[in-house]
Design a protein around this ligand. Structure first.
Ligand code: AP5
Length: 249
């Protein structure tokens, strides 16, 4: 059974009703890569195999978009998201810091969409260090710009459980309906062409430098993302296995 991510969505003292199973060596991972490369798709699949939890900062903000009266900082953040811009470092780091319990979870974690600036990467290192935790690896997915745009424009997401589909590459069994929970599928506001362009530019300037940051500290694993989803999953698991073997040798 998949854990419910309630603690991640609510923050603070909230607890998951279905916590992940206890692991002796939980995986603590970051997924890095441009918009549309398949981080969320791989996170869903990896969590099932590794029995860990998908922690997406984008999902937290999108869930908050449903609030009737968001506070001014959140309303500003939601507007920035629609335009394809980043939410401020202070707000994002605050959101993650409020959810430190998820980083300490005995099931480990799979961070998706955080960190995506140099200062967020430093903040994550600080939070982990304070709790005597460390990252096992940062999985960097790589794909050409043309394929990224095709993936983003055909993406559909479940309104309820956030499962990810693609109209051609990963269609649901019934058009417009989530296979997993029966929820309605929607297109994200930031998957419009103008916002996609902004997101790609910001990735190049703000997030791509993190590849070097993690490579220099020996935590980077680069995986080509151009195959079918299951092939990309296999390559990711193999890369993680190789990394664990090197560490335990
Ligand atoms: P976020 O939600 O993190 O979005 P993103 O990083 O732009 O990434 P996406 O979710 O768009 O793509 P993905 O790589 O997960 O691809 P997916 O698996 O869906 O952030 C959104 C916004 O929130 C940001 O722009 C920012 O405003 C704000 N934000 C969030 N975190 C922040 C932070 N830390 N700092 C500041 N601001 C922050 O796949 C895409 C499509 O491709 C799907 O349709 C899928 O079915 C398909 N697909 C996947 N894999 C394959 C495959 N192998 N073959 C064919 N199709 C595939």
């Amino acid at each position: 059974m998949q854990n419910d991510r309630m603690a991640w969505f609510r923050g603070g003292d909230a607890e998951c009703s279905v916590p992940p199973p206890k692991r002796r060596h939980p995986h603590r991972l970051v997924l890095l890569g441009p918009p549309g490369v398949g981080k969320g798709t791989q996170a869903e699949l990896l969590c099932k195999v590794l029995k860990t939890c998908h922690l997406s900062t984008g999902d937290v903000f999108r869930a908050a978009a449903g609030q009737a009266d968001p506070n001014p900082a959140l309303a500003w953040a939601l507007d920035a998201m629609k335009r394809g811009e980043l939410v401020s470092d202070d707000l994002v780091v605050g959101v993650v810091a409020e959810r430190t319990r998820c980083l300490q979870c005995w099931g480990g974690f799979l961070l998706d969409g955080f960190p995506r600036t140099a200062s967020q990467a430093v903040a994550l290192d600080t939070i982990l260090h304070e709790h005597d935790l460390s990252l096992d690896a940062v999985v960097h997915y790589d794909l050409s710009i043309d394929e990224l745009v095709g993936r983003l424009s055909g993406r559909r997401t479940c309104r309820q459980c956030k499962a990810i589909y693609h109209v051609q590459a990963r269609p649901p069994r019934v058009e417009g309906t989530c296979d997993a929970c029966g929820g309605g599928l929607v297109q994200r506001a930031d998957d419009q062409p103008a916002a996609i362009r902004v997101r790609m530019e910001i990735y190049e300037t703000e997030t791509k430098p993190l590849i070097h940051y993690y490579a220099t500290t020996g935590r980077l694993l680069t995986v080509p993302a151009d195959g079918a989803t299951e092939a990309v999953l296999d390559q990711t698991l193999q890369a993680l296995d190789r990394k664990r073997q090197t560490v335990t040798l």
